[in-house]
Design a protein around this ligand. Structure first.
Ligand SMILES: O=C(CO)COP(=O)(O)O
Length: 250
């Protein structure tokens, strides 16, 4: 099964019009085609990007509602009109800081797909859950919440495994640890749709940088990365994209 790698930048609540320009110039000069590149800036910066064949744009979250009296929220349609083709759903920061439940994450993912956006579903365990050997149980629950009742959405999704203990800590999961969980995710998803599970891209996220990315990309079930801190540095993000090019599986 050949899966094209996807390298995604999650700028979180960071960035500026200047960084939009700098990142655009960096990626334009690389002219990468062997991997897909995705930038998820704050929603207010989406329209600052000129359309480019070098990368796609995504949002970091969306409303599960389609329109109406929801002050401060952004619908899939609005994000799409601003240039987003992808949207991150269920990031651990939204689950914990914005109290997003498994049910809400499932609703958001369905809303995204209905509007033509490709969702990047984030799953991952906390340090305490890993220490209690509950990693697979937690991830199975997060996946089941979305796909048990709507398995047809798997073929339209990208998955991101982001162990919470590795996010922003400088401590990435080891390639072997990540591979083990990615393989579990793919096997678990096969019960819903074996073809879609074999084809779905599973990205790793959590302290990915230019140094550690190649070993991660060499793993059989790691199909790219969701990069936080290092995606705010265009030169380093470019190095990560290039590393994925070199590891391009066929
Ligand atoms: O949360 C992340 C991407 O969504 C990972 O963030 P860091 O790369 O900063 O650890």
């Amino acid at each position: 099964m050949s899966r094209k790698a996807l390298i995604a930048a999650n700028w979180k609540m960071n960035g500026s019009a200047a960084l939009v320009k700098e990142m655009t110039n960096t990626l334009q000069s690389l002219a990468i085609s062997a991997v897909d590149v995705l930038l998820c800036p704050p929603a207010t910066l989406l329209t600052r990007f000129a359309p480019s064949s070098q990368f796609a744009l995504g949002a970091q979250t969306l409303s599960h509602e389609t329109s109406g009296a929801f002050t401060g929220e952004l619908s899939a349609q609005l994000l799409s009109e601003a240039g987003a083709r992808f949207v991150i759903v269920g990031h651990s920061e939204r689950r914990s800081l914005n109290f997003e439940t498994d049910g809400l994450v499932a609703a958001k993912l369905a809303t995204a797909v209905a509007a033509g956006l490709t969702p990047l579903l984030c799953v991952g365990e906390s340090l305490a859950e890993r220490q209690q050997e509950k990693t697979q149980q937690v991830i199975a629950r997060q996946l089941d919440a979305v796909y048990a009742s709507q398995p047809e959405l798997l073929a339209k999704s990208v998955i991101a495994y982001e162990p919470i203990w590795a996010i922003g800590t400088g401590e990435s999961a080891s390639p072997e640890q990540a591979q083990q969980t990615h393989a579990f995710i793919r096997a678990h998803l096969a019960q819903y749709d074996a073809t879609a599970a074999a084809a779905v891209r599973i990205l790793y996220g959590g302290s990915v940088n230019a140094e550690n990315c190649a070993a991660l990309f060499a793993q059989a079930d790691i199909d790219g990365a969701l990069v936080g801190g290092a995606s705010l540095k265009p030169a380093e993000f470019a190095q990560i994209c290039l590393a994925a090019t070199q590891g391009a599986k066929d």
